[in-house]
Design a protein around this ligand. Structure first.
Ligand code: ZN
Length: 428
């Protein structure tokens, strides 16, 4: 899968029609949700049927304007969130189970294979459903010309703070040549540095949000000043609100780009990458750390890491985050530290290392153990088995870093990993 995003250039009237389509999609999704709440044993099929009922209903004739496949796509959106909720309950996830919510401010509408048409030079798109948004120019740095229309399985129209965009989902399996060099690395995601690897290298932490914070605050003040309570808001208020939204958008794009580039660079120069499976969601709840963590965009980084590792055929292992900062990477002794202790000093073996460097080494060692278990216990198993191995106890069977036999087996494993098409991380 591949996503190509293009800005839509049209008139205000055309944008207004796209807004109408977005609202209709939202209405269909919410109606499906209501139907599920009000009835027992609702299936996906019931929701699909509900779409055609809606178009025949005298009170909602405008739902007919939205392309039929698009209507179904929005019924599916409701279905997906219902399924996710059931799945969370089934797995017994702690905390909120993600009970489906009604959408108030949807920003996108989804088309499948119909309701739109590309011009022969692929520079224009025409929306052909009942909203009659018509033909609009596509502005994109990437060319749609290389893909045939049949490969495009979905078009999503999104309203951002700086305009309207079309995202084309292209069925295309991306695979890159990756020269195997036997390089293995562990990384410790941190707040001081974005990450520190097991060779002591660091990648700086982009504090885009911090840098832009003053500007954000200033823009936020402007919005608050112009807010009139219990009255229709002024033109000046909406201008200010838009400027604020644009600044937020800019920051989130910067974050996303940096996460993608860092992940690609790491995958390009390694054959095995081990990282700590942090419960980022739980950590963001901790307010002292929250801002820095979301700022550091670890989540996006990990998503891209998984994506690129599949594209390049590189192995990525997540290890449980226990004791990685406490253990001495040299002798295994436990060295207690507070959050502010920046240096690891081991009394038993005399090792002195940067705190994060020590942790990265431990993380890599943990990854080795998991991989050893996997190699010793199984032949030709898939990635999901690696996850099962994670849950089991540890063995000490591995092999020194750089061991020739280990490397050849690692390469073998690399070719065995199933080539499912990776999902592309969503933007900001
Ligand atoms: Zn030690």
């Amino acid at each position: 899968m591949l996503v190509i995003e293009a800005k839509l250039k049209g008139t205000q009237e055309q944008y207004r029609k796209l807004d109408e389509a977005i609202r209709t999609g939202q209405f269909i999704r919410n109606t499906c949700l209501r139907y599920w709440e009000d009835n027992n044993g609702v299936t996906r099929n019931d929701l699909q049927k509900l779409c055609s009922v809606l178009t025949k209903n005298k009170e909602t004739p405008w739902t007919r304007k939205l392309n039929s496949q698009a209507r179904q796509a929005h019924a599916d959106r409701a279905w997906v969130s219902i399924q996710r909720f059931y799945e969370n309950c089934r797995l017994g996830k702690p905390g909120k189970k993600g009970y489906p919510k009604y959408k108030k401010f949807s920003r996108s509408v989804e088309y499948k294979n119909s309701g739109w048409k590309l011009s022969s030079d692929r520079r224009q798109i025409t929306f052909t459903d009942g909203f009659e948004a018509g033909t609009m120019d596509l502005w994109s740095s990437r060319d749609l010309v290389w893909y045939c229309e049949k490969q495009i399985s979905r078009v999503r129209v999104i309203r951002h703070a700086d305009g309207y965009y079309a995202q084309f989902l292209v069925d295309w399996d991306r695979r890159e040549e990756h020269e195997f060099q036997g390089k293995m690395i562990g990384i410790d995601l941190g707040l001081k540095e974005f990450y520190t690897d097991s060779e002591g290298n660091t990648v700086e932490n982009p504090r885009y949000l911090r840098k832009s914070e003053r500007r954000l605050k200033m823009l936020q003040r402007r919005v608050s000043k112009k807010l009139i309570k219990e009255k229709k808001q002024s033109h000046r208020y909406h201008k200010a609100r838009q400027a604020l939204a644009k600044q937020h958008l800019k920051v989130s794009r910067q974050r996303g780009d940096k996460a993608r580039k860092d992940a690609l660079a790491l995958v390009n120069s390694n054959d095995l990458i081990v990282y700590e499976d942090l419960k980022i969601r739980n950590m963001v709840k901790n307010h002292h750390l929250a801002k820095s963590i979301s700022d550091a965009s670890w989540y996006q980084f990990i998503q891209w890491l998984k994506y690129f590792s599949k594209v390049h055929g590189v192995i990525v292992i997540a290890v449980p985050p226990h004791n990685t900062t406490v253990d001495c990477s040299c002798c295994g002794a436990k060295v207690k530290k507070t959050l502010s202790t920046r240096t690891h000093r081991c009394d038993r073996c005399g090792t002195v290392l940067d705190r994060d460097y020590n942790a990265a080494k431990n993380i890599l060692a943990k990854g080795f153990k998991l991989l050893a278990q996997y190699l010793n216990s199984t032949v030709g198993h898939t990635e999901s088995d690696l996850k099962k191995v994670k849950a089991q106890g540890e063995t000490d069977l591995w092999l020194n870093n750089g061991d020739a036999l280990a490397l050849s087996r690692l390469n073998e494993l690399r070719t065995k990993i199933s080539w499912e098409s990776p999902a592309i991380p969503r933007r900001g």
